[in-house]
Ligand binder design. Structure first.
Ligand code: MD6
Ligand code: FE
Length: 207
């Protein structure tokens, strides 16, 4: 039932309210150590509308000169990323069905106007590992396309507490966030509420 396309699993309300609050508190601690930053696009240097940080051994970064890549340190503080909370490793073990632990957790913070263009996650050396995402706060309209950019996409809402796994034949599907849905709004838990309206975490195996 959660399999919405071969290899793509959507678990609505996977995290109940108390688990969302506990996760938000841990992510707030991550952000306190590894402040949110604005990434820029390769080549153009255009800023992304989403603010980011990471936890885990590696973090996803992007800038004009270096492009998309994983780095062991925060691009502004130069400090290693904070450890991945145990809670996230447990969720990976429950949902990812992959023998090795995630090495990176990208934290994306959206305000009401932020979006994420259609993309493939392909900066990981190990493309056989799934990517697992968790959403907190406002609903968004999420678009899941095919493995070619022009393929027909299906759009659905990702809501607070939802988990999404892209694995196997779905791992290289294009996807993005069309927009935040302001009307059907779950506020972010208190610990994160000052930072934006929606937070998405993506857990990745990199090497
Ligand atoms: C977001 N999510 O929900 C962006 N990528 O804000 C992603 O880009 C994503 O949800 C890979 C797997 C699951 C995802
Ligand atoms: Fe993605």
């Amino acid at each position: 039932m959660p399999e919405i396309a071969p290899g793509a699993f959507h678990y609505p309300s996977f995290l109940e309210a108390a688990a969302q609050t506990a996760l938000a508190e841990e992510i707030a601690k991550v952000i306190a150590v590894a402040p949110l930053y604005v990434s820029t696009m390769p080549k153009t240097g255009a800023p992304m509308s989403v603010r980011m940080t990471n936890c885990g051994a590696l973090g996803w970064v992007s800038d004009k000169e270096g492009g998309y890549r994983y780095e062991p340190r925060h691009p502004q503080t130069g400090t290693p990323w904070p450890a991945m909370p145990r809670r996230l490793l447990d969720i990976w073990n429950e949902l990812a069905r992959y023998p090795k632990p995630p090495e990176a957790c990208l934290v994306n913070v959206y305000d009401e106007t932020a979006r994420m263009g259609l993309h493939q996650d392909k900066d990981e050396a190990d493309l056989s590992a799934p990517i697992l995402s968790l959403s907190l706060g406002a609903d968004c309209r999420f678009r899941l396309g095919g493995t070619r950019r022009g393929d027909r996409a299906k759009a659905f809402a990702l809501s607070s507490g939802d988990a999404l796994v892209l694995s196997g034949p779905a791992r290289m599907r294009y996807h993005g966030v069309d927009r935040i849905l302001p009307t059907i709004n779950t506020p972010l838990p208190e610990a994160l509420a000052a930072l934006g309206v929606r937070v998405n975490l993506t857990l990745r195996r990199v090497t």
